[in-house]
Ligand binder design. Structure first.
Ligand code: ZN
Ligand code: ZN
Ligand code: ZN
Length: 137
């Protein structure tokens, strides 16, 4: 999932109309290299209301095209998903870098725990907080 075009294809494949507004939001996200807040993204899209930007980002995050990143300080950032597949995050508290990892065994364990609790699981996310290799070095 490397370009705005790929994301647009995914959006249409999942039955969502690619409106001009959604395309503009996708383009702005594609050109945002670092994790961003809704406010920062909204500032790049002066012609689109902030509520619309928020709703569009929420849809894209439900489609796993955009990652929602809860931070340790209680804030939330977003960034374009690297792989387009389900994954988890390593969030560096030093430089703010966010790395992705996938682990089917972890997903299995989460689903097993939900089932054991009689819990109907809709979704899950996992964020690991700490310091990246270059901040440690
Ligand atoms: Zn991610
Ligand atoms: Zn770091
Ligand atoms: Zn998972």
């Amino acid at each position: 999932m490397s370009t705005a075009t790929d994301s647009a294809t995914r959006l249409e494949d999942t039955g969502h109309r690619l409106t001009a507004t959604r395309r503009a939001v996708l383009d702005a996200i594609a050109h945002s290299p670092r994790p961003f807040t809704i406010e920062q993204l909204s500032a790049r899209l002066p012609d689109i209301g902030r509520a619309t930007v928020f709703r569009t980002v929420k849809l894209l995050s439900e489609l796993e095209l955009v990652c929602r990143l809860p931070l340790e300080d209680g804030g939330v950032r977003y960034q374009r998903a690297g792989s387009g597949e389900h994954h988890h995050h390593l969030i560096c508290g030093g430089c703010g870098a966010v790395a992705e990892f996938s682990d089917p065994a972890l997903d299995d364990a989460i689903e097993r725990n939900a089932a054991a609790a009689g819990f109907a699981l809709d979704a899950h996310s996992a964020e690991l907080y700490g310091r990246c290799a270059s901040c440690r070095g």
